[in-house]
Ligand binder design. Sequence first.
Ligand SMILES: *Cc1c(COP(=O)(O)O)cnc(C)c1O
Length: 361
Amino acid sequence: MSLPAPPLDPRPRRRPDLVALEGYHSPQVDVAVRLNTNESPYPPPAAWAEAVAEEVAGVEWHRYPDRQARRLRSALAELHGVAPEQVYVANGSNEVIQALCLAYGGRGRAVGVFEPTYRLHSHIPSITGTSVATGARSAELSLDLDEVRRVVAEVEPALTFLCSPNNPTGMLDPPEAVAEVAATSAGLVVVDEAYAEFSPWSALELVDDDRALVVTRTFSKTWSMAGARLGYLVGPAWVVEDLSAVTLPYHLDAFKQAAGRLALRFEDDMRRRVSAVVAERARLVAGLGTLAVRQWPSAANFVLFRPVDADGSTVWQGLVERGVLVRDCSSWPGLDGCLRVTVGTPEEDDAFLGALGEVLT
Ligand SMILES: *Cc1c(COP(=O)(O)O)cnc(C)c1O
């Protein structure tokens, strides 16, 4: 018996709308001081790790985990004073965004984003076949409500992404602006609050079953748990129901459900770490103020700045040569020459400020 000859090129072709799409990368360089991905400089408390170890010893590994993640969702609901039915959990807030795009985006639908902002807000829609309508922020990089109205009128986005505090600018959207966007938008407004605990207000106060607005949060930054990959959404119960329709069965493993639930017992530790980072941010901002850079006001755990008389990527390279890694945003649209530095420990920030001073002179 002879088998049919294989085709000349046996490789299947990628979906045509993905051919031009590059993966999302945050360049990593092996240096001593890494201030490029907005992680917490401090680990979670040892008592949390012990509690997780104890809990994990009792996991029935031969059984599927609780598909609804009921205990974790109840604990989060209690933390925020909402009902468990208003909480959706996933493997990082990026997966929450993906679920939103799967449920509400797709062919023939659009999302609205306001650049410069978090790049995954346009990348994830593209992966899910959702088109992206882009509006611009103002010259000062704040949210421009006229641009929001223009994009909403032009494409009626199924999802309108806000990011407050905004990554990579650090700037906070005022409550009136977010409420206005919610009142104007045709579809669902998504407020990405990855950094909310560092900032003075949260759109959680706007969450209501009668308002098409959701807030996304993550354990990656303030909870010092980037390694756990856990994020969630707080919003109307009908959104949570829509999201469960596109969620894979048992997507959240037993380990992660326990790790997240137990973390909430250490909320005081989290708040102390956040206060320390906010105090350190003020010191970093003051240090930057003595150097030849322009910087933007930050309500997060990072600061966007632009060397006044030097090329951004040259400065980035000079910092790497001195053992300090920051994020090079200098070629991103609207961020000509800009770099973003994460608030680290006082020692790390001193190393950064010292290196930057050298590079700039
Ligand atoms: C870091 C970050 C996240 C976190 O995503 P995870 O998948 O939860 O790690 C989400 N949104 C923004 C704007 C971020 O900067």
